[in-house]
Design a protein around this ligand. Structure first.
Ligand code: PSU
Ligand code: MN
Length: 338
């Protein structure tokens, strides 16, 4: 009945309420594995808007100093929009939620000892007291455990080209399928097989939504990929409605909100396309495709070198945009008391 539904909806909050959170934090302190910054903990307690940010982009996605500048810029963008940024990483064997500028600097400056951490790597990294950047998969796992349900990034992992043979399918996709979170990205990069990535997300029950007027699914550097999203949200309110309905249904899978790179970067994106194709061909020729988690960072770096750094400017522009929209969405949800 309607009242049952209403009751269920009211009870099905995926965020912790204040007492849940307190016990969760106490538990976390006791294990010594988790450390949530005071600022983020306060925001969780008071229901203030929070945006999760990943750190594999810092340790493995961008070179120094672009990685540091970008992370701090994103920090400022979310604050300006009224949301608290929750940078997520693993530092000396501790899961950290909310990082200081100094901690972000340390992660950015010397990446020689850091490890790229996906879901499977968290346990071993904690056991060995390692430091590393968390991928989208690991970041959404951690954010969700803390009760943060908005996460902005640049590029989501996906099905690699020739993935039907190599089975190289990013753990980001399966994680999004089992995590009730909204992940904002500029789509998936064309180093990947965009069509198969969308098929895989459909199979896994992930809700894919383009932010804007069209259904075009973006391809990171370009606002279009030639593929479509099943859904679109024309503005923050529409996106928030859709997320809230998913939440009320207790659908445990996540939403991919694909935010196209701003149009002024589209022509640059078209030029980067040829370079992306070349980088992928080189990766194949050099047998990089068999190197597991090294594949994505290798191709990203090759695109940077071949484009003489222009790919970095586009990368920065698109992630500024997803963090801005993600922050606005978090603020909207918080104001609506969701
Ligand atoms: N795509 C990018 N930039 C990135 C990544 C992907 O354009 O920095 C990073 C993200 O952290 C993503 C991870 O979660 O790579 C995916 O790696 P893999 O394909 O090994 O799962
Ligand atoms: Mn892979």
């Amino acid at each position: 009945s309607k009242s049952n539904f209403q009751q269920r909806a009211n009870n099905s909050s995926i965020s912790f309420n204040a007492s849940d959170l307190t016990s969760k934090l106490k538990q976390a302190e006791a294990t010594g594995i988790w450390q949530i910054s005071e600022e983020v903990a306060d925001a969780l307690h008071s229901g203030s808007p929070i945006v999760a940010l990943e750190s594999a982009i810092t340790t493995d996605g961008l070179p120094y100093p672009d990685n540091f500048d970008t992370a701090m810029e994103l920090d400022a963008i979310s604050r300006a929009a009224g949301a608290i940024p929750a940078h997520i990483a693993v530092i000396e064997g501790k899961i950290r939620v909310g990082l200081s500028e100094g901690e972000i600097y340390n992660l950015s400056y010397d990446t020689s000892k850091s490890v790229k951490l996906s879901r499977r790597d968290l346990g071993p990294a904690i056991a060995q007291k390692l430091t590393g950047g968390t991928t989208c998969a690991a970041t959404m796992f951690i954010a969700n455990a803390c009760g943060i349900d908005i996460f902005s990034t640049g590029g989501l992992g996906g099905v690699h080209r020739n993935g039907e043979n190599t089975l190289d399918i990013s753990a980001d996709l399966t994680e999004l399928a089992r995590t009730p979170i909204t992940l904002l990205s500029a789509g998936v990069k064309s180093i990947l097989d965009v069509g198969r990535t969308l098929e895989y997300l459909e199979t896994q029950g992930v809700n894919v939504v383009t932010f804007g007027e069209t259904h075009d699914f973006p391809a990171f550097y370009t606002p279009t990929s030639g593929f479509s999203s099943p859904w679109r949200a024309r503005n923050i309110a529409e996106a928030a409605d859709l997320i809230e309905c998913q939440r009320q249904l207790s659908v445990s899978s996540g939403t991919l909100l694909a935010v196209p790179i701003p149009p002024e970067h589209a022509s640059e994106g078209m030029q980067l396309q040829g370079i992306v194709d070349q980088a992928v061909r080189e990766a194949e020729a050099q047998g990089i495709a068999n190197r597991g988690k090294e594949v994505t960072p290798w191709i990203l770096d090759r695109v940077r070198v071949l484009s003489e750094g222009r790919s970095i400017l586009s990368n920065k522009a698109l992630i500024r945009n997803t963090v801005s929209i993600g922050s606005q969405l978090a603020v909207h949800r918080s104001k609506a008391n969701l």
